[in-house]
Design a protein around this ligand. Structure first.
Ligand code: FE
Ligand code: FE
Ligand code: ZN
Length: 280
């Protein structure tokens, strides 16, 4: 079995940063994802520098070169409400500052829900927020997540993501995280035409901006705009498509993160399964 696939899952940071690395290693991860703060609230736990030092040691001892920190779901840089936009900017600014304590990692966020505002306004607000939160000497790469297009979600097409990136000043610090469930639900046919989808990504955004993949099956059909994750191989995307995804030359060296509806043990089994399908 080849173990070159770089894969992990979304982990809980509730028991601390060090325990989280142990839990991730226990299920055979090479990387992992966690929330920067409570996903439904704005409050971030104070960071203990000693704990972060130990966290960094643990990462390097276990050859985990990059982790993905996910912004809370409440963060919405393109909210129609100015107050929400301001709180979101504060959260992102604070998250990015905190992440300088463990440099060289990835920060992923949902572009946001624009409600009745048009997409141009949303693009303007998101990029303005990014330009305020990001700073010149930062050591984190900020990733826009591809969205399913549920409700008024921004970032459902490659064009929308490109429009945001176009307005971001620090281009070497911005990138994209493809969520397989989301792009499928958004309408991209990664089952029958993975090559075509990636060509389109390259043409519109540029593959050099693609930095990570959220690997999830989908409970719904392509184009459903629903965003309901399924276990790998148990949704409408299916195992064969995931085999092609992890082995595709444009994707095979990226980090993959499971956000499937199961626990650590279940994620461990999915990691094992996907590693057994990795050919490179
Ligand atoms: Fe997400
Ligand atoms: Fe995701
Ligand atoms: Zn999702």
């Amino acid at each position: 079995m080849n173990t070159g696939l770089k894969i992990g899952a979304h982990m809980s940071v509730a028991k601390g940063y060090v325990q989280m690395v142990k839990d991730a290693v226990n299920i055979g991860s090479d990387t992992f994802q966690f929330f920067s703060r409570n996903p439904r609230g704005a409050k971030a736990k104070a960071i203990d520098p000693e704990e972060i030092k130990e966290f960094r040691n643990m990462l390097s001892q276990n050859n985990i070169t990059q982790v993905l920190v996910h912004a809370p779901y409440t963060l919405n840089l393109c909210s129609a409400k100015e107050e929400t936009r301001n709180i979101s900017l504060e959260m992102m600014t604070d998250d990015l500052k905190r992440m300088e304590l463990y440099p060289g990692n990835l920060y992923n966020f949902h572009p946001g829900s624009r409600l009745k505002q048009n997409i141009d306004t949303a693009v303007e607000q998101i990029s303005a927020g990014l330009n305020k939160a990001m700073f010149k000497d930062m050591h984190t790469t900020v990733l826009l997540e591809t969205m399913a297009g549920k409700g008024s979600e921004a970032g459902r097409t490659f064009e929308e993501l490109r429009a945001i990136i176009d307005k971001v000043e620090l281009k070497d610090k911005i990138g994209v995280c493809i969520d397989t469930c989301h792009i499928w639900d958004s309408g991209y046919d990664i089952v029958n035409d993975l090559e075509g989808v990636l060509n389109e990504f390259d043409r519109i955004i540029g593959l050099e901006y693609l930095k990570a993949v959220h690997i999830n099956d989908s409970l719904n059909e392509r184009g459903s705009h629903k965003d309901r994750h399924a276990l790998i191989g148990e949704g409408h995307i299916g195992l064969e498509a995931f085999k092609n995804i992890i082995n595709h030359p444009s994707l095979c060296n990226l980090p993959f993160y499971l956000e499937t509806p199961t626990d650590d043990k279940g994620h461990g089994e999915e990691i094992k399964l996907l590693k057994s399908l990795y050919k490179i």
